[in-house]
Structures are given as structure tokens and as C-alpha cells.
Ligand binder design. Structure first.
Ligand code: ASP
Ligand code: MG
Length: 396
């Protein structure tokens, strides 16, 4: 069995859906298709619930509905439209009710936001399913919320791979399936989502669970490039990468792949193809465990923006055991993720790269933790240098 994931732009026009149909029709194996929400829909849903904090969101919900109605009208045969329109209305009513609640309470919890964001994939998967069905493809719809169990956070939930795999293995038969990515349920039966870009992870969870022979992630670019084509001229698309290189490229900004989706594939050595729906003949990028020895030592260059560097320095750090631990412990307590670490060999300074938005609370917490040392001038006042970026050269 193979798993194919199609991103937002790939499912957002009749022409590209016809392309998808022919990609699927050429498969000799059974397959599971994972789709994202239509182009820009998750952003729109975010805007809708965020706006509800201040205004009523009726106008933007109408826009949202109109966009989906256009898809239904363009893609779906007239006889099959009423059922989908009814479902769309149901979801838009749900969205309105959510927004009313948010507006009255002036509070938008992660739980509420996840419920709203999930609507994009719930709708796109049903509409694309109907389209493929009427194009004579034998394919069943699955609700991923019934199979994927994920906990700990509503917006970036962590998949319980054991329970999920069991559910998927029990459910999947020798048939073709389609499902919405990104969405899941937690153990309290609440809807959660897997983080922005999380449909890739859904696909790789299915691939891992069924032991797929391969996974294909189809987007609107020719795989991973040697640098971000939006920032750098004359980039090349990379034809082969190891899992580790692909993870680094994805982590450091290549938006084609959601980094957490690599791990479930490594475990079962499932080869991953990144392909372009709009140029299906382009080889794209092939990622596998056998891609270790390549001609280039360096595969690519990527970057992370919005980084702040915090510097802790002073002779008081030299030869003092446990100062680095104290720094990390302090940041961990504040739930801050450290992205980059440097320590000078004289041990007199520690530099830490983190997301700009975490800089203030980090400095405050470190100031407090090292209050005594700073007061005694063993350590200099802690410095934040904001508006930095991390540039990474990537190679195995
Ligand atoms: N629709 C979600 C997002 O835009 C998930 C995905 O497309 O991967 O982040
Ligand atoms: Mg994506």
C-alpha cells in the first residue's frame, strides 16, 4: 500500500484535481490519500476565530462558505451537491456558534481554536472524496478523528502512536481511502490538530501504521531546494537526501515538509518522495535511508528567521560546574525551546538562540535565576540581541 498526501494548492482547482485523479489511477497498489484544507483555508479559519474576540465574524464566515460553495459548484455533479452543501451549512453554523461564544466570553482557548481549525480538512476531504468518486475512482472516506489519537496540546498535539497504529491497522482493508490531514482526537474525545503543516504528519502516521511501501507528498514545488527559492536566486532542486538531511532542511525553513513527519518514516525505513502536482514528471526529491553517500558534502543552505540571541557572560562562569544546567533548567521551566547553543572554550560566555517571542520572558527568568551572580559582578547583565537569523549548511 502507498500513502499520498496532497497539499492545499494541489486540491484547489479542477485541473489539479484531475491531475491527482490520473496520478491515483496509475497506482498498481491500494492507497491512502491524505488532503490538506483548500488553499489558505486554515489561515482564514484562524482569522475568523481571532476576529471573534473583537467583532462578530459573520462576514468572514460568509466568505469562507462562499469559497467552499464555489468548489462544490465547480467540482461536483449537480445530483451530489445537496448533501455536501448541507454539510457545509452545518459546519458554518458550528463556526458561527463558536464565534458567538468567543465574542461573549472574550476568550479564545486552544481547545476552541483547534475545533475551528479542524473544519478546513473536514470539508476538503469530503469534497475531494466526492470528486474522485464521480471520476470513477473506487475510494472510501475515513474520518481521521476516529483513528488518530493525540494528546498534550490542542494545537500541536502529540500522536499516541501505539493506540493510533492499532486503530489504523484494525480499520484499513485492501481498499483505497481518502482522509483529511491535520486533525485528530485526544483521549477526552476533543478535537485536536497536529500543528500548522501537520497534514504531512498525518500521512506519515498512516504510512508507519500500515507499513506502506512508500509515501508521496505532493505540493506546488519540485521537492526540497538547495535554498529557499523565495529568498535566493538560482536554487537547485535536490534529487536525493537522507532522512537526517531532509529533517534539517525542513527544520531550518524548507516549508515543503513538516519536520516531525520524518520520524515515523525512519523507524520503518519508508521511502519518501516529494513531488510537484503541477509538474508530475519532475523527479522532485527522494528521501530514504540508503541516500547516505552523495557527491555533495553540502546539500543545501537554509535559514530560520525571528531569532533572538541571549548572551550570558562573565568570569564567574569559568570553571563553574552546573552553570549551563542552570541556564537550561531556567528556560525549561518557562517552557522555552532552545534552538541554538554556543559556549566559548574559555567557558566565559554562553550564547543561546531562541524564538524572538520567547526573548523577554527568558531574560526575565535568567535575570532572576542569576540575580546574586549579577549583583556580585561575577556575571555581566544578560544581553538580548534580537532580529537575528540562524543560517545552516546542511549535509550528512
Ligand atoms: N491545513 C493545515 C495548515 O495549513 C495543515 C496542513 O495543510 O498541513 O497548516
Ligand atoms: Mg505543508
Amino acid at each position: 500500500m502507498v500513502v499520498l498526501k496532497f497539499g492545499g494548492t494541489s486540491v484547489s482547482s479542477k485541473k489539479s484535481l484531475e491531475q491527482i485523479r490520473s496520478i491515483l489511477a496509475a497506482k498498481k497498489d491500494n492507497f491512502i490519500v491524505v488532503v490538506s484544507a483548500f488553499s489558505n483555508v486554515t489561515n482564514k479559519l484562524e482569522e475568523i476565530v481571532q476576529n471573534a474576540l473583537i467583532n462578530d465574524s459573520i462576514r468572514i464566515i460568509e466568505e469562507f462558505k462562499g469559497l467552499h460553495l464555489t468548489f462544490i459548484n465547480e467540482l461536483i455533479l449537480i445530483d451530489h451537491q445537496p448533501k455536501l452543501i448541507e454539510h457545509l451549512e452545518l459546519k458554518c453554523n458550528e463556526l458561527e456558534t463558536i464565534c458567538k461564544g468567543v465574542n461573549i466570553l472574550k476568550e479564545l482557548s486552544e481547545k476552541t481554536k483547534a475545533q475551528a481549525l479542524s473544519i478546513g480538512e473536514q470539508l476538503s476531504s469530503l469534497i475531494v472524496h466526492q470528486f474522485l468518486n464521480q471520476e470513477k475512482l473506487d475510494i472510501e472516506h475515513i474520518d481521521s478523528c476516529e483513528l488518530i489519537i493525540a494528546n498534550n496540546s490542542h494545537l500541536k498535539a502529540e500522536v499516541d502512536i501505539e493506540k493510533t497504529s492499532k486503530n489504523i491497522k484494525n480499520f484499513i482493508q485492501k481498499k483505497n481511502y481518502i482522509t483529511g490531514g491535520f486533525i485528530a482526537k485526544n483521549k477526552l474525545n476533543e478535537i485536536v490538530v497536529l500543528g500548522r503543516g501537520g497534514s504531512d504528519l498525518t500521512a506519515s502516521i498512516y504510512a508507519n501504521s500500515i507499513g506502506a511501501s512508500s509515501i508521496e507528498i505532493w505540493s506546488d514545488v519540485n521537492g526540497i531546494h538547495s535554498a529557499n527559492p523565495k529568498k535566493v536566486k538560482n536554487t537547485l532542486s535536490i534529487d536525493k537526501l537522507s532522512y537526517e538531511e531532509a529533517f534539517e532542511m525542513a527544520y531550518f525553513g524548507a516549508k515543503v515538509l513538516y519536520p516531525p513527519s520524518i520520524l515515523p518514516l525512519i523507524k520503518k525505513k519508508i521511502p519518501l518522495y516529494l513531488k510537484n502536482t503541477f509538474y508530475p514528471n519532475h523527479t522532485g526529491t527522494f528521501i530514504s535511508s540508503s541516500n547516505h553517500k552523495t557527491n555533495h558534502k553540502i546539500q543545501g543552505l537554509s535559514s530560520l528567521n525571528d531569532i533572538a540571541i541571549i548572551t550570558i557572560s562573565g568570569i564567574g562562569l569559568s570553571r563553574k560546574k552546573g552553570s549551563a544546567r542552570k541556564v537550561f533548567e531556567t528556560l525549561e521551566k518557562e517552557n522555552v525551546n532552545v534552538i541554538l547553543i554556543t559556549q566559548s572554550s574559555s567557558e566565559q560566555s554562553i550564547g543561546i538562540g531562541l524564538q524572538s517571542e520567547d526573548a523577554k520572558i527568558s531574560k526575565k527568568a535568567l535575570d532572576k535565576a542569576f540575580y546574586k551572580e549579577i549583583k556580585n559582578e561575577k556575571i555581566q547583565p544578560i544581553i538580548i540581541t534580537d532580529d537575528q537569523c540562524i543560517i545552516a549548511l546542511i549535509g550528512d
